[in-house]
Ligand binder design. Structure first.
Ligand SMILES: [Zn+2]
Length: 312
């Protein structure tokens, strides 16, 4: 019986969880872009999980002392809310759903849950360091496997602050329509982090910070990619919008320059025509250059710049 599984397929990652314990009923499937779950977990503020796990813990402890099942509802509500924040926490929800359904809740479990926020913060820090020191193509070698070989003795890192690999429950079988691959049946959130990091290394996939949103993204195609395709609240992809913005900015800069150059030539011609002196021209050119900088820096608009050039 399984309740939660994860696997990679092409440039995506898939999660399935089954509220009814895999007895042939429909399970929920979540598809995300490759590495999205790990990267978004690493970006989470630990306060987000701390308070909800704390609430779940309080419910659990009250249940253990009073045996009043209403308190387990309080616990499940907090875990459900947590599961909405990140797909990793759906695992926790599913596990407790089953402990509750089977009336298999024991005193030792409260201690386990109480320690979880601190453990998660530690794994988050270790995995963040792994991303920076092993996967970040702009900081270290693009050969990810070489970076691991330099930093690890078997599964142990030289630096204790780096993520430590451990055996994880991985099976193998058909995934997708015509492929087979590794399937993780995680016991803990740590297993999910471990599975994602090792997959990146096995496939030699580095990451880079997106030039638009500043978040890390996996480099699956072109090694020179600068913009991510990660989900955004706006539902637009940096890869599609950022280069257009950059182009628009550059072409605007060109427009400012061509306005400036035209007026510069016109004013310069006035010297020959005896309309202005060289000193007057130099004074104008100095001011025009300053205005051009203001326009480039978007302190004044292109129209304001044009109006200024015309009036002067
Ligand atoms: Zn981006």
């Amino acid at each position: 019986m399984w309740i939660y599984k994860m696997y990679f397929l092409e440039d995506g990652e898939f999660f399935e969880y089954d509220t009814f314990g895999g007895h042939g009923s429909a399970s929920t499937q979540i598809a995300l872009p490759y590495l999205e779950s790990l990267l978004s977990f690493l970006e989470m503020d630990h306060a987000e999980w701390e308070s909800l796990i704390q609430q779940a813990c309080e419910g659990l402890e009250k249940f253990l002392t009073t045996k009043d099942a209403a308190y387990t509802d309080q616990m499940m509500q907090a875990l459900g809310e947590l599961g909405e924040k990140h797909v990793y926490f759906k695992l926790l929800y599913m596990q407790w759903f089953w402990h509750k359904a089977r009336e298999n809740i024991e005193p030792g479990m409260a201690e386990e849950l109480r320690q979880l926020p601190e453990q998660l913060s530690l794994y988050q820090k270790q995995a963040q360091k792994f991303v920076e020191n092993i996967l970040d193509i702009d900081q270290v070698d693009r050969d990810v496997q070489k970076n691991v070989r330099a930093n690890y003795v078997f599964d142990q890192p030289h630096d204790a602050e780096l993520f430590c690999f451990k055996p994880i429950p991985v099976s193998f079988g058909p995934v997708g329509e015509d492929t087979c691959g590794s399937i993780l049946y995680p016991n803990t959130i740590r297993d999910l982090i471990d599975f994602s990091l090792r997959d990146c290394v096995a496939k030699n996939i580095p990451v880079r910070r997106c030039r638009s949103c500043g978040r890390y993204f996996p480099i699956i195609g072109r090694i020179t990619a600068e913009y991510c395709s990660r989900p955004q609240p706006s539902e637009k992809l940096c890869r599609n919008i950022a280069p257009v913005q950059k182009w628009a900015k550059n072409s605007k800069k060109d427009l400012v320059f061509s306005e400036y150059r035209r007026e510069y030539k016109r004013h310069f011609a006035w010297i020959k025509a005896g309309k202005i002196s060289e000193e007057q021209f130099a004074a104008w050119a100095k001011q025009a250059k300053a205005k051009k900088h203001e326009c480039d820096a978007e302190k004044i608009s292109l129209d304001e710049f044009k109006a200024w050039l015309k009036d002067f």
